[in-house]
Design a protein around this ligand. Structure first.
Ligand code: TMP
Ligand code: MG
Length: 365
């Protein structure tokens, strides 16, 4: 088994267990996480987890989630719970399974060619420098608040409402066009995590529906699929903020209620639920008539705590929540490892999830 740091975490002792050790460069081309660079002269640091007593057992029991993640870390707070969920989902079979995934920072890399990867919002160049600068200033103000481990969720929810409202207003006021979207995506630093295509292909082959539930922009995400993957998948449905254009291709409005990072739970019930009733609608192909609502086992993929609300529209039996912890790692690991069954660190590829779903779809033993 490839060595990996898989640990049973005691929530009360998580942080003391987290040691930093200077080692050979982990990702030489990737800028260091900011908290590391400010506290150490070496930009190339990696996490090292001391192994608790249960870890050998956990490593034995948990099929290697990180067979292709030799340089990344995986944290599983309670391997026994995870094993039980996996067994139940496997026993129910692929016909009961669906995947709900966030887009930015989950399906896409947080770091892209050594710079911060762009999001479906941040990649947009409106062709109007003044408005691009205004949106960038909003990002610089609000994004640290979004990922702050100390601001309460209720307060963050209000802040995120403000951010999304102002940004969407600027996109309309600044005259965004569909042509500018196409050009922005072509020029963007946005990359899917390694293994995402294989994940989608596997799920498509097994007829397992995927709902991409994003607080980003549906039209941009679709363009990213077209330009970066050159294909679509019949089992994927995108639930995100959708734009409305006039005949000349200018953005005039957004359809429906705004989805931001901390109200996905409300949307899961009010808006996404009809999608769960019957997967597919007039503008997207049905997955062989599959009813997503009846798929009561979920693999949820997210990079924010608000992403856990994505499954609120389904009364699920079993859910395995997989989190990608991209920033503020030291301060957020405790919350993430309590909220998600599996946490991937260091901008890990998607291979661990590919292994997970193939295990969930394997024949009962
Ligand atoms: P997600 O739900 O697919 O992760 O998309 C939301 C992300 O978009 C969130 O992490 C913050 C980011 N974002 C920007 O980068 N720029 C913006 O202007 C806004 C409103 C959000
Ligand atoms: Mg995200």
């Amino acid at each position: 088994m490839t060595p990996c740091a898989l640990q049973r975490i005691n929530p009360t002792t998580t942080l003391p267990l987290l040691r930093r050790t200077a080692t050979a460069p982990l990702f030489p081309s990737i800028p260091p996480f900011s908290f590391l660079s400010s506290t150490s002269p070496s930009p190339h640091l990696r996490f090292s987890f001391s192994l608790s007593r249960g870890v050998a057992h956990a490593l034995h029991k948990t099929r290697c989630l990180c067979s292709k993640l030799s340089m990344s870390q995986v944290v599983v707070r309670d391997p026994d719970v995870l094993e039980r969920k996996k067994a139940s989902i496997r026993d129910a079979g692929p016909g009961k399974l669906q995947v709900i995934a966030d887009f930015d920072g989950t399906l896409t890399k947080y770091w892209c060619n050594g710079v911060r990867g762009q999001t479906s919002h941040s990649l947009l160049q409106q062709g109007n420098a003044e408005y691009d600068a205004k949106r960038q200033a909003l990002y610089e103000y609000y994004h640290p608040l979004e990922i702050s481990p100390t601001i309460p969720i209720e307060e963050k929810t209000k802040l995120m409402e403000e951010w999304w409202e102002k940004t969407h207003g600027l996109l309309i006021e600044g005259g965004l066009t569909y042509d500018a979207i196409k050009k922005s995506v072509a020029d963007a630093s946005i990359t899917f995590r390694d293994g995402v295509v294989q994940l989608f292909e596997f799920l498509e082959e097994k007829d397992i529906p995927v709902v991409i539930f994003s607080a980003g922009l549906a039209d941009i995400i679709e363009e990213v699929f077209r330009q970066k993957l050159h294909r679509s998948f019949k089992n994927i449905k995108i639930v995100s903020n959708r734009m409305q254009f006039d005949e000349s291709g200018r953005l005039v409005a957004f359809k429906g209620k705004t989805i931001h990072v901390f109200n996905k739970n409300e949307h899961a019930i009010d808006m996404a639920a009809p999608i769960h009733d019957k997967f597919g609608s007039s503008d997207s192909p049905d997955v062989n008539g599959t009813f997503v609502k009846d798929r009561t086992n979920i693999v949820l993929l997210g990079d924010g705590l608000g992403d856990l609300g994505m499954s609120d529209g389904v009364s699920f039996e079993h859910r395995i929540a997989v989190g990608f912890l991209n920033s503020n790692i030291e301060k957020s690991l405790k919350d993430y490892s309590e909220a998600f069954d599996i946490v991937f660190l260091n901008d890990a590829p998607m291979w661990g999830v590919v292994d997970l779903v193939s295990e969930l779809c394997s024949m009962k033993q």
